[in-house]
Design a protein around this ligand. Sequence first.
Ligand code: COA
Length: 466
Amino acid sequence: MEQTLDDITRIVLEAKERAYRETDNEPEPNMASSLNWPIECTVGPGLEGAIACETRIGYVNGAKGWLIYRGYDIFDLCAYSSFEETSFLLLHGKLPSATELETFSKTLRRRMFIPKTQRLLLSFPVESMNPMAALRLGTNLMRQKQTYQDHLSESSSQEALHSDDDSIAMETVPEGKQHPVFQFLKGLFRPVSTVEPTDLVSSDETESCYNLIAGVASVAAAIGRAREGRIPLEPLPDLSFAGNYLYMLTGRRPTPLEERIMDVCLILHADHGMNASTFASMVVASTLSDIYLAIGAGISALSGPLHGGANVEVVSMLERIGKPSAVKKWYRTAMEQKKKVMGFGHRVYKAYDPRARILGPLAGMLATENPELKTMYQTALALEQEVVAHLGDSKKIFPNVDFFSGIVYRSMGIPSDLYTTIFAVSRVSGWCARVMEYIEHNRIFRPRALYTGRFDEKYVPLQDRS
Ligand code: COA
């Protein structure tokens, strides 16, 4: 049976209904109120349990499996919102009016057109680089180029290819203002109450966030294209952010269903508390560096397999298992070898991850038409049953966001080594929002380390050392 956009909304609302049935509505104690600084709290290795700041942007209740952006439940945002609207919400703290949303969407679409940055990007061997390293490079080039040139000049179609600007990327002299316009200046960020539709790009900092949200998607798409030996594409005027990202990545106009599913994926990944990449961005920004470098730090942190890369591992694990009937034996061996099952468990969630609740049935819906994906999805369901039966009650281990997202991306024909870049395309809006919020009352991050080394060592000259 042909699936429709309404089916996606229905799937999300059914997931919400299940989540609400299984959790109650009390906030987690001590995690949703204002603090009197300094505070006392118990901190574990890796800053576990440490409270670094207050925020109004997002709330994760790991005990109950809630994810909230600016007061709005993730299920409602996935059912009714779009990535453009959700990004506006994260950045500006309120849902946009119709005019604001239209202006913002147009702004993003316009800023997805970054031929000069893409031109510079392709002067590096991005096709053979790790895609996250290439994306990190791309944000550096955006800092160099996009800020000054891409949206200031009248760039023509395909300029990325036809440009005669053959200078080496990092040697290009910035055009325009000599002082970076994207540098943070304390207190310049406008509170949402003063943001008018015509004002959307009125502050330099906000403008840089728009550049980044749009530009990271275009760079990520160009990297995917380069890996297939293809040229970058420019955004189409009638596609949404998610639609354009998919189009610029695959070279094929997405179906409305694919566009909507990518939109849901981008909403789901946009923010998630003080995770490692968000914290990395905030630490860099807290030095009053600039937001391009701060977002580059987020991309670097996200690239690690303990953070953004688990869905790649999930897909190859499911391929290795092969079929549902092989799950029990595979799981027994994995446990004997004390292996962690990829796509399960979470530092914060000790309940079912709400993002997996949505992505699971969406993966199921997409897998119905394709026999290979159908087997992979059924294998995933059998594995979920096995892991939850053994570790659900005892260790609070449930599927996390990465367990089903790989199946969803594979169904859209996206190669697995690009999955982490999709995560970055979405999360850049959360990174920007959190950085902008923190910088308003900035204090440079400076935790302590306990010295456990030696004292009183006597310096021995090189020639006397044995
Ligand atoms: N499979 C099997 N057992 C797991 C597990 C998994 N995926 N995740 C955690 N556990 C077990 C641990 O073995 C440990 O058991 P023990 O108490 O008997 O030693 C217990 O649960 C706690 O695990 P721990 O590693 O301390 O949890 P953490 O909060 O430090 O780690 C993750 C969280 C996400 C790093 C971890 O669950 C993991 O590695 N998961 C797989 C990778 C993954 O999917 N990452 C994406 C996260 S969104």
